[in-house]
Design a protein around this ligand. Structure first.
Ligand SMILES: [Mg+2]
Length: 276
């Protein structure tokens, strides 16, 4: 992506007033700084493969949770002592709620997060990730306490609750919802829950939702750390797909999110691993 082309294109776009998001020509697509996200958003929004994968993951998680609860009961009998209540901890965005319309809006308006995000949250109309609600209701039936840890900001609390209640999800209350603190690291909030509960399962689209060992880790370390939890993946740690954004992308930019669009594009190209 050449800077001169982008600058000329943006100037031209403004001159014809076409950055409205209403129409979207081929020329606009070529100059969109978000063009790289078209395929991932297409896949997320339109593919049967994504829907199948999401349902498959939640189906499997339900089975594993039932198995874990069965083992816990057997163990309680064996030691003749009740254990702490079991808890499942889930992320919200792209784990429970589908915010891909916000990403699609960003592409069409040639802008990026956080532009548009607040407006989207206030609309409180995100649909559910397929499989999520069935899993939550099954967990509730198994007497597992459900907690949500999100990196949405505290100021989104009311709108987030409104959106989740729209779908009649369980445990949507202040005791079970943890918003972003002064850090996006989720470990400290998981520790809070672990004071009173046994966290038997963590679900998220970002590895950072599963364990702090991934927090701000570089690309190589992130993959190496998957090996550290490999035996518990699909059992305790449930990973959902998100090709649109995530720490996997931030790591490509060395977490320097203030890089320019050109610098980020260069980082993406440089992280490709072609045959040689
Ligand atoms: Mg998420």
């Amino acid at each position: 992506m050449k800077k001169s082309i982008i600058v000329a294109s943006i100037l031209s776009a403004f001159s014809i007033g076409s950055l409205t998001g209403i129409s979207f020509s081929k020329a606009e697509l070529e100059r969109s700084t978000q063009e790289h996200n078209v395929m991932s958003t297409n896949w997320f929004q339109t593919s049967a493969e994504n829907k199948a994968l999401q349902i498959q993951i939640y189906n499997q998680a339900t089975k594993e949770l039932a198995e874990t609860m069965k083992k816990r009961k057997e163990n309680e009998k064996l030691v003749n002592k009740p254990s702490k209540p079991a808890a499942v901890v889930l992320d919200i965005d792209e784990t429970i709620l589908d915010n891909s319309p916000d990403t699609a809006w960003s592409i069409k308006n040639n802008t990026s997060y956080p532009q548009g995000w607040d407006k989207w949250i206030r609309m409180a109309k995100a649909e559910l990730i397929p499989g999520a609600k069935d899993f939550l209701l099954a967990a509730k039936k198994m007497n597992v306490d459900i907690f949500y840890i999100t990196n949405r900001s505290e100021k989104t609390r009311n709108d987030t609750i409104r959106n989740m209640k729209l779908h009649h999800l369980p445990n949507v209350d202040s005791n079970h919802l943890f918003f972003k603190t002064d850090t996006g690291q989720k470990g400290p909030r998981q520790d809070e829950i672990a004071k009173t509960h046994d966290i038997v399962m963590l679900v998220g689209d970002n590895t950072n939702d599963l364990s702090d060992i991934f927090y701000r880790a570089d690309l190589k370390t992130r993959k190496e750390n998957v090996d550290k939890i490999a035996k518990e993946l699909g059992v305790k740690y449930i990973q959902l797909p998100n090709p649109m954004y995530g720490d996997w992308e931030d790591a490509i930019y060395q977490y320097k999110m203030r890089k320019t669009d050109d610098e980020k594009a260069m980082d993406r190209y440089n992280s490709l691993q072609p045959m040689n």
